[in-house]
Design a protein around this ligand. Structure first.
Ligand code: FAD
Length: 460
């Protein structure tokens, strides 16, 4: 517990209206999307890098932990205060500071919600390519800390590809600027890349300079139904081999489809095994030609139905279906072990077949869906967490899925990060001396271990 003297000092730094200490209020900041609960001793809403710097200096002298938090939508426990102390919410630092439409750059505070940046950029005919399915509520700070991706990653890449520079408060309180405001820049080590994806363990992002792109002239979205999983995998590979790069190729298996079927408003036969949501963007003539090619490829691979959205509303409806999968899975079981492995695209059919075998062997329901275009498949092992035997079988399935993924040349997390949830497994992928190098970096920047302790690595 924080002493009353520390709470008074924190009030002095951020102001009485920017600190929560009652239990009811603290409970609101004790969750993320993993459904775990860890209650902080206090919640702070700083408004500037200087205030954060003071908080971190106090945390070092009084030795209490500080956990940064955006919207708390993370899937790996990153924003949960595992050792108590302060949750430092960036939600009130939520201003888009600048859109430089000549240089295609945005400067934002970390608490800006991804969709709000999209809306602001659109006014200038621009967009920010990273589009996690949580874009309506997740923050840019959280996107940077997790190096979030989204459906558009297959064509445009992930958050790290759009971060030019950062203002960061280091765990010991120094405020530094990293990176550049230009498209190129190679002076010194790339500290920007070190911070991106560091899960709030190496510094707190207080301002970000981001790269924007011009909005494409046209977009075409189609939903393609398959009765055979291997046909679906082959269709994805053939599309990519045709040298057309869609801006999204999202995959849903039969279990996922079952959860959102009523919103599909189309007749599906009981043989439906998979659906692809494919989007093309670019110059309108090119999009028409490319969509005809993609349609032909899907038909050659035995697609049973291809529905092309006729207007913006239908496009939105198709995306709503895809974005509702994750929240709809609760219909199956109250709890999910949510993994986001990545394999080389050509190995997706092997991954999906292997996951099916694991589901059968461990007698658990597994829903698979996600970003087929870049090989990042979400594997949701559905369990009742009050059923200890089912939970145990689910956890065993997780380990088998990771073993399968690594065997296929993949990685155990494409975008959700390690946090607490995957910390026990990083040794399956990283060699001990690599983990040692990472721990040394952490120790150098955070000698007292006060910033987001208990994440990524198990033990000290
Ligand atoms: C329905 C749903 C769909 C999702 N879809 C996707 C998807 O398609 N792609 C994807 O990548 N993710 C997805 N996610 C996961 C999640 O939304 C992302 O990881 C997102 O980037 C987290 O942002 P947040 O603001 O909620 O951060 P939080 O969950 O609050 O925090 C995440 C991590 O970032 C750190 N952090 C937050 N702000 C800062 C800061 N300013 N400085 C330093 N560290 C900070 C925290 O300490 C924590 O470690 C989804 C989640 C949900 C619930």
């Amino acid at each position: 517990m924080l002493s009353s003297n520390i709470v008074k000092e924190l009030q002095g730094i951020v102001g009485g209206e920017n600190i929560l200490t009652s239990k009811e209020e603290r409970i609101c900041y004790s969750y993320d999307a993993t459904n775990q609960q860890l209650i902080p001793d206090a919640v702070l809403f700083p408004q500037s890098a200087e205030e954060i710097s003071h908080v971190l200096r106090l945390a070092n002298s009084e030795k209490f932990p500080v956990t940064p938090r955006g919207a708390g939508s993370g899937f790996s426990g990153g924003s949960l205060p595992v050792e108590g102390g302060v949750v430092l919410s960036l939600e009130r630092m939520n201003h888009v500071l600048e859109i430089d439409s000549e240089n295609l750059i945005a400067v934002v505070e970390p608490g800006v919600v991804n969709l709000d940046l999209q809306i602001e950029a659109e006014r200038f005919g621009l967009f920010f390519p990273p589009d996690p399915s949580s874009l309506k509520f997740c923050t840019i700070g959280g996107n940077i800390a997790e190096c979030a991706g989204g459906p558009r990653a297959v064509k445009y890449g992930v958050t790290r590809d759009y971060v030019l520079g950062l203002e960061v408060v280091l765990p010991t309180g120094e405020i530094i600027d990293t990176g550049v405001k230009t498209l190129k820049g190679v002076v010194g080590y790339d500290l920007t890349r070190l911070i991106v994806g560091s899960e709030g363990t190496l510094g707190i992002v207080t301002r970000a300079t981001l790269r924007l792109l011009p909005l494409p002239e046209a977009v075409k979205t189609m939903l393609v139904v398959f009765n055979d999983l291997s046909d679906t995998g082959r269709a994805v590979l053939s599309i990519m081999n045709s040298r057309i790069i869609p801006s999204a190729i999202e995959f849903m298996d039969a279990v996922s489809i079952g959860c959102v079927e009523e919103s599909l408003s189309m007749e599906l036969s009981k043989d439906t095994e998979a659906i692809l949501l494919i989007e093309l963007d670019g110059e309108s003539g090119a999009i028409d030609r490319q969509s005809a090619v993609v349609r032909d490829i899907c038909m050659q691979h035995n697609a049973v139905n291809v529905r092309v959205a006729s207007d913006k509303r239908e496009t939105k409806d198709l995306w709503r279906i895809r974005r509702s999968i994750s929240p709809s899975l609760i219909k199956l079981k109250p709890y999910k072990l949510n993994e986001d492995v990545v394999v080389p695209r050509s190995k997706i059919p092997d991954l999906i077949a292997g996951v099916r075998d694991i589901a059968g062997k461990k007698n658990v329901i597994i829903a698979t869906f996600g970003h087929a275009g870049d090989g990042n498949i979400h594997i949701n092992i559905m369990v009742d967490n009050n059923n200890h035997d089912e939970l145990r079988r689910g956890k065993e399935a997780v380990e088998e899925v990771f073993r399968l993924t690594i065997g296929l040349g993949g990685t155990i997390s494409g975008e959700h990060g390690i946090g607490t949830v995957k910390a026990p497994y990083i040794g399956m992928e990283l060699k001990p001396h690599v983990i040692d190098v990472m721990k040394k970096i952490k120790q150098t920047l955070d000698p007292n271990g006060i910033l987001n302790p208990g994440k990524i690595f198990q033990g000290k």
